[in-house]
Design a protein. Sequence first.
Length: 145
Amino acid sequence: MAIETVEQALEIVKEDGLELEVVPEHLMTPEVCLEAIKQNGIALEFVPEELITAELCWETIKQFGGDIDKVPENFRTPELCLEAAKNSYDNANIRYIMGYVPKESLTAELCQEAVRQDGTMLELVPQELKTPELCEAAAKAKKQS
């Protein structure tokens, strides 16, 4: 079935957000893209660059922090990166997420969240952000794992 209207595109992406990949670009509206991402955050990778907004990036991260790699770097703010870390589901995932955090978005709060989830993340924290409290949190997290 060919997708010929915005309404058809909306119906299709509400069923499966990844179907955004087959929606003709002229039918990709902000609403279609948002619906696709609400259904599946990975759909952000099919959104044309000129339609990517902070709202779409936040929707992607709210679903699953590990999709941070789909978010263009210029949208990876300290707040968005912290949200991604909070939506991590295990030690391997937090390590993956932290690998996509731009240096300028690395904050004490983000490091605290990463270390709380996985004490070994302390090794990736820049020296200037290491505090006694952060080291204690890392030690505590290591004992719990």
